[in-house]
Structure formats: structure tokens, C-alpha cells
Design a protein around this ligand. Structure first.
Ligand SMILES: [Cu+2]
Length: 375
């Protein structure tokens, strides 16, 4: 039994669906040798969480007209507060979107890495065997084809403002080339401290949540002051603070489960940036339904999955990849086969079943957030 919900989002290129497996459905499936990895990451302690949940439910809920007033007020305050864009000054002035919300800080860098679409080097959907001829079109490296590895730019999460130590989360095992999943409860404010460690300008632009112009993270031609445009494109080496409110409309609707998914992505050139790899998920939990970390308390494990044909022909790094991995100097003109070889049909950046198996246990309550972009 599933619960489905579908949202059609404003960028037009994207649909998000979230699917909840009921307890009985997850019985003994997907148990395999990767379970050990998950154990090492730890699992949720249900007893502790249950007492927190009870406390949470007793909390009065700000809603309706009062809630809207709070949003309007806070939005007004944020509009003024968001102008100074250093991390330090922003930390002092940022308020949660609703009075009982919290401010959640994330430290995220854009970094150039070599990504492997098929690290298991085998077809893992059916046979576990070496790639056949048809599959080698996409994953085979030759003088004229790039193969399974590409230079990409990805969002990488760090522990703090020094951007020195990376942050690791249980969801890392399956999120592949997606950026870290941002979590928030309705009423919170998300603060992203973004550092561009890549070689060209990038940004972070969210769907679903509230932002003023300075935190939109998109190249737009709608006027606006210099301060309004400061977050549009962050130059290499620079840092920027994006402030995103999480009003009620960003959360689940009345018939949704306790959380819904959105995405964020770089939007200097949305198409080229996303195909370069700069995209991540964001989960908003209904007010009163979140654990301390923002994840929904009625779910034990979440998997964010992005179904995307990564068109490496449209990535900023196509020429880099050609020079690095082939004997060509540039993309051959009118060569359909070359173009085809760079269309990577993947889930979270893994092709042919190379996505690490999502592991769940009997009685786990599991939620999949299924995100589709591109074609
Ligand atoms: Cu978008």
C-alpha cells in the first residue's frame, strides 16, 4: 500500500512525488551485504523519539490567520535583515519564519570532482555481468567516447564556516551526486552558507520555500538593486548566505504525508549548471511532525531519488571531459553517436543499477521522495 502525492512545481521542468511504504511492505526486502554500512551509520532510537513526539504534539499550533500574520511580519523583518550578507552579521539577525520555528544552518560548497556513473563497472540491474555492447555506448571509454567518468560540479556539505571538514549523514549512502538533503519544519528558516570552490560562478536557488531577491540565487532580468542581485552568481572562491523562509505553503497539503520534497539547484545558467551536477533535495515537514533534525518523526528512513538523464553535452565541463578522457580536441560536429554517448540515464547519478542499494529493515517506516527533472 502506498500513499502518493504529486506536486507540479513552478520551474516547469520538474515534478516531485513522495511515496510512503506502509510497515508491512518493507518486510525483509533489500537486505543485503550493505546492511553493515547502515548499522555503522546508526539507526533512529524509537523509544527516545516517541517521548519527543508526545511533547511535540502538545505544542500549540500557530495557524490560520495568525500564522499568516506571523509569516507577513517575519517576511518583513527578513527583508530588512537579509541585506548584510556576511555569515556573521546574518547569524545575529535571522529569525525563524514562525515564532516556534528554528533557524537551520547548512554549510554547502560547490566543488569540481570526477564522478563515476558506474563505479561497480558492471550491469547491476539483472545479470551483474560486464557491460554489453549497447551499454558500452554510454559507459565505455575510448578514443572517441568519454565513458562512465565525468568531471562535474557537486554540492558538498561541510560541518561549519571553515569549510574544512565534510559532514556525513546516513542518507549519504544513496544520494549519489545529489547535494545534501536540506530538512526543515514549517515555521523554520533555512540559512545556507554557500562557498563556491569551483572554477566558475554558481549559485543556490530553491524551489518551494520563501526568499527575497537577495536570496533567490537566480540570474533574473527583472531589475533590482545591486544588493538584490548579490546572490545571483557567486564568483569562484566567494561565500554567500542565502536565507529561505519555510511558510506553511512550503509544507505538506492536507492530504499529503507528513513531509514533501522540493529541490534546490544552481541557477546562473539553470540547464548547464544542473547538467554539471549542481542539484540537491529539500524536505519540508509539517509543523509539529518533525524530529529535532527536521525529518518527519513518523518515518524511520528517507531516500531522495532523482531520475535524470544527465545531458553531459550541455554541462559546462564537456570540453574538459573530452580533453581529459578522449583523444578528441572538441565535440565532433554532427556526430549523433558521440552526443548519445553523453546522455547518462541515471538515478542519483548512477546508471545500470549502480546506485547503492537502499537498505531498510522489517518494520522500518520508509519514505521515498521521487524527483524527476529534464527529459
Ligand atoms: Cu528551478
Amino acid at each position: 500500500m502506498f500513499i502518493w502525492n504529486t506536486l507540479n512545481l513552478k520551474c516547469g521542468q520538474l515534478g516531485v512525488e513522495s511515496m510512503e511504504f506502509k510497515r508491512s511492505f518493507s518486510k525483509n526486502i533489500f537486505l543485503n551485504d550493505e546492511s553493515a554500512t547502515w548499522d555503522r551509520f546508526g539507526s533512529y532510537s524509537t523509544a527516545v523519539e516517541a517521548s519527543k513526539i508526545r511533547e511535540k504534539i502538545k505544542m500549540p499550533r500557530v495557524s490560520g490567520l495568525l500564522g499568516s500574520l506571523f509569516v507577513a511580519l517575519t517576511v518583513g523583518i527578513m527583508g530588512i535583515a537579509a541585506a548584510p550578507q556576511t555569515a556573521q552579521s546574518a547569524n545575529r539577525t535571522i529569525k525563524p519564519t514562525l515564532a516556534d520555528g528554528v533557524v537551520r544552518h547548512y554549510y554547502i560548497a560547490a566543488e569540481e570532482v570526477i564522478w563515476d556513473y558506474a563505479p561497480k563497472k558492471r550491469e547491476m540491474m539483472m545479470t551483474g555481468r560486464a557491460f554489453n555492447e549497447d551499454q558500452m555506448v554510454f559507459v565505455g571509454n575510448s578514443d572517441k567516447t568519454i565513458g562512465r567518468k565525468y568531471k562535474k560540479a557537486l554540492y558538498i556539505e561541510y560541518q561549519g564556516p571553515a569549510f574544512r571538514k565534510r559532514k556525513h549523514r546516513p542518507s549519504d549512502a544513496t544520494r549519489g551526486f545529489m547535494g545534501p538533503t536540506l530538512h526543515a519544519e514549517v515555521g523554520d528558516t533555512i540559512v545556507v552558507h554557500f562557498k563556491n570552490k569551483a572554477s566558475r560562478p554558481y549559485s543556490m536557488h530553491p524551489h518551494g520555500v520563501f526568499y527575497n531577491k537577495a536570496s533567490e540565487g537566480a540570474m533574473t532580468l527583472d531589475g533590482g538593486s545591486k544588493a538584490d542581485k548579490a546572490g545571483n552568481a557567486i564568483a569562484p572562491g566567494k561565500t554567500y548566505t542565502y536565507i529561505w523562509g519555510v511558510p506553511e505553503r512550503a509544507g505538506p497539503g492536507p492530504n499529503d504525508p507528513s513531509s514533501v520534497a522540493w529541490i534546490y539547484h544552481s541557477h546562473v545558467n539553470a540547464v548547464k549548471d544542473v547538467y554539471a551536477g549542481l542539484v540537491g533535495g529539500m524536505v519540508v515537514t509539517r509543523q509539529g511532525m518533525a524530529k529535532k533534525d527536521g525529518t518527519p518523526f513518523d518515518v524511520d528512513k528517507e531516500f531522495v531519488t532523482l531520475y535524470l538523464v544527465s545531458d553531459e553535452n550541455k554541462s559546462w565541463y564537456l570540453n574538459d571531459n573530452i580533453r581529459r578522457f578522449t583523444k578528441l580536441d572538441e565535440a565532433p560536429a554532427d556526430d549523433d553517436e558521440f552526443g548519445e554517448s553523453n546522455l547518462m540515464h541515471g538515478i542519483n547519478g548512477y546508471v545500470y543499477g549502480n546506485l547503492p542499494t537502499p537498505v531498510m529493515y522489517k518494520d522500518d517506516r520508509v519514505r521515498f521522495y521521487m524527483v524527476g527533472m529534464g527529459t
